[in-house]
Design a binder for this molecule. Sequence first.
Ligand code: NI
Length: 257
Amino acid sequence: MIIDSHCHLSDPRLADQIGRIHNELKSFGIESVFEVGYDLQSSASAVELSEKYDDIFAIVGTHPHDAKSFDDDSRDFYVKAAAKPKTVAIGEIGLDYYYDLSPRQIQKEVFAAQIALAHEVGLPIVLHVRDAYKDACDVLSACSDMLTDGVLLHCYSSSAEMLKQFNKFDCYYALGGAITFKNAKKDDVISAIPEERLLVETDCPYMTPVPYRGQPNEPKYVNMVIDKIAQVRGVSRERLIEIVNLNTRRLFTKYDR
Ligand code: NI
């Protein structure tokens, strides 16, 4: 069974269909999904969903877009949420210089503050990095003694060369629908990720894989991601699912299904 390590089911495009999506999970071979917050409110929704549905788990944190909203209230909430049995990580946190929706200096400070928070509560971190891989490496280096509980780069979109920089921090990498896009040219990255560091995700409702472009993404489409990776790496679907499942359990130590 597959674990979709990155979802936003409380997004308005999916929120009124969570019941249906949840009921369908098993029939599409999905064991569980991780609902990821991007600010205080969406993180609270993630915790609520994890308490309502047995196979939804929560990840709480402030996204780089929302870094300017990070305050003591968010921090206190994340610390409390981290103590809940089904909160498995702090995220998504990081740097996004493509949209620059928060000033870069604030993005860096809030990223570092949440690395410290994750270390304090003993949870792994889930990173969103876009057009900022070099600076993200610098922040990780500066915080390297606090990376004690694991690092996952979600929707990894840089080069196979940059992967070597992140391998120094023993990072895990989650691949999603973007690898199926016609112009993706990501086969070298798909092959270069160490076998014991590979995870899968949808990032739904974003990043809908081919051939469902134009529709909101859903956890069931993680199967297209599995097919693409299996084809490029030359392994069977079954073997790939086994590898990804083991990796997900090793990183998210609170995940207990
Ligand atoms: Ni996301």
